[in-house]
Each structure stands twice: as C-alpha cells, then as structure tokens.
Design a protein around this ligand. Sequence first.
Ligand code: CA
Length: 436
Amino acid sequence: MSDDLLADWARKSWIESANNPACGFPLQSLPYCVFADEDSRPRIGIGIGDQILNLQLCARSGLLEGLPEPVQRACEAHTLNRLMACDRPGHASLRARLMNLLDSLADQSTRDAVSTALTPKSATTLLKPVESSNYTDFYASIHHATRVGRLFRPENPLLPNYKYVPIGYHGRASSLVVSGTAIRRPSGQTRPDPQAPPAFGPSRFLDYELEVGLFIGEGNSLGEPIPIREAGEAIFGVCLVNDWSARDMQTWENQPLGPFLAKSFATSVSPWVVPITALAPFRMAAARSSEDPSPLPYLFDAVDQHNGAVDLTLEAWLSTSALRTAGLGPHRLSQSNLRSLYWTPAQLVTHHASNGCNLLPGDLLATGTVSGPEDSSAGCLLELTAGGKQPIVLPNGESRRALEDGDQVILRGFCRRSGFPDVSLGECTGTVLTTC
Ligand code: CA
C-alpha cells in the first residue's frame, strides 16, 4: 500500500460522527446518494458520518468552483447519471474537493459554508440513485454455482465452461427499485407436479439473492472493448443488490434460454453508491486457485489477479411478521464475502465489453449471488434450504423454505480492516407484500 494512500486514510473530518471507526461513513468513503428532504425534491448528496452533504447547494454556493464545468453541472442533477458520465479525472477532482471541504484541517469559513449544506441523514428519504439503462446479472460465485448445480446435477455440478467464461444474462432495468420498496409476489407459470400440466398463479418459492452491484462510469463506445487493465477504473462505484427470484417459475421457464419472468418482476438496489476508489485498502488477491486454468489472455492481468478482489463482508437478515409482533429483531440467515468470487469485478466488465458491447454510464452489472464455501455462507434460500428440502428454523420456532408474505429481507455490506475505518455499503431492504 502506498504512502499516499496511507496518508489519505489517516485523515479525519471536522464532522465528529464520521471519525467513529465503526460508523461506516468516514471521510475516505463519501458514498453518493439521491435524497429528498422536507420539500421532497430529489438532490444529489454524499454521506459523511450521520450527515448528508447536499451537492446541489455546494455547487450553487461556489464550493465546487474551479472543478470541471460538467462535474459542477452534474452535481445539480436529480440522479447520479450525469456525474457517472463525467470522466475519471472529473470524478477524482470532485472527491478531492469534497474531502478537503470536510477535512479537519478546513478553516472556519469553509466549515461555516459547508454547514449550510448539511442535513442529518435521519431527516431525509433516500431515493433511487441511478436510472440504469441496462442491468446485467453475472454468476461469478463458484460456490453458488457449485451448490446450485449440485441440486440438479449431483455428479457434475459445475459446467465445463464455468472456469473459462464469466456467465451472465441480461436482466431487466425497468424493474430496478430502491431499497425499501415493497415487493409484490409475482404470478407466473409453474409445474409443481412433473406428471401434470403447468398452472398460472402466485409463486410459492420466492427467494432473495445477496449480490453486489457495479455501476459503470464513463462507459465505452460500441465496438471498442475495455482492456482488462482499464476495466477496474471503468467502475464508478458499488452498491448492494437483491435479485429477487421466483424459483418455481425459474425451474419451469429456465430451459433453454435462462432466467426471464422469474427474475424481472423486481430487483432492489441500495441507495448508497460507494466510490470504487474508497475500496482501495480492502483490495486483495483473486480467489482463483493455482490449480485452475489461467484466465484467457483478454481476461488476465497480473495486477488484477494480485489485487482485483475486494474483502467486503456481506450479510442477509430476515425479519418476519411474527418476529416483529414478538418484539424480536431480524435473524441473520448468512454471512459471506465478495473476496470469494471466482471472477474479479474488472474481469466482469472486460468480458461484458469484449464483443464490442457498449456499456453506458449508470449501467448496472451485478455479481450474481455471493456465496462462500461453507453451507452457512450461502447467499439465497435455494442453497440454504437445499432446494427447499431442509427448511430453516428461526429463533421463534417459525420455519422457512421460501419467503412468506410480510417477510422483510435486509442485506448489509461493509469493508473492515484493522487500522482503517469501516466502509459501509448500508442496507438493501425489501418486504414481501401480503397477497390479496
Ligand atoms: Ca442473480
């Protein structure tokens, strides 16, 4: 780790709540969001401690003067799309300015000016941060692929292409919703009895998927791939993703073209977009074993293999109506880590653009369910219950093989390393509506 990076991470803020190492929103993170306050108009902000800094007000009051014009204008938009479309030097200049404004070394007049643009998080509503034109979902966890594969092909769980090609499919961007949005149980075709014809009705095996999302920054032109060495910097920031899945519909419709209506009814994203550069201290070597085939040359970069994974703890929690009625908190279903992905974020980006496909600013690439090697680190109920055959028992005696009406799924993500403040991705929540 460079001295510059260490010096950056030693800096403190004059906003005291940001200096608590466990707060998750230190000076070095400054995740972007779109929020509404009392007059309900959406504005771009950044999280710092227990506050949100209103970037529209910063731009209008001259605090961003001297930054590139497109960056200043983008800070007055109602989503992060225009900011994401700015170039990387533009993003870096904005972050450097914001860190200086909030640094404990800032003078009193700066603090006074910045204070007028601060709002307590608790007084705001967080909105959908980005209007993504495209959403792609990968299948980058080898543990997820193996455990799910075993349910259907016990002798041969991992397909022969897995260690060569990052598997993915094109998801549905129009049904991306922000954390907190209620989830309507989908109806669709299922065939519970293989000897009987299919029927249409509400899904009886609704599931969540614990994932991380990568938002694309500037993007690439049609026909121009993104070399692996540049792919890490093509990512603007990360969020949490819950790829809600109707397993019974999926099983019936999946062959031969993959997921369709079993996934496209809703995908939740967390409201915070953590800049990719804020994850620098938590980088680590890719999980690929030395016994595995080397990535094909277009997916191989020694630096990426050495430092392209991210040590990011992920958790899934469940709160049921009965737990809430009894005054009991959510139950943790599992804990996993992004570092166990078989493919690095940069490899996912490079592979996506390798055929010349153009990635647009704000496009969302999700990793796929992030599961670890232990059964307790599985990132969805399909795995945790062995296909619904082994229900989970909750502390109040309830059991679950699938989500029921009133169930709330809470995803959490955070980076933690000794000597550094935590960097939180916040939460991504969704409650299954009661079916009429
Ligand atoms: Ca998924």
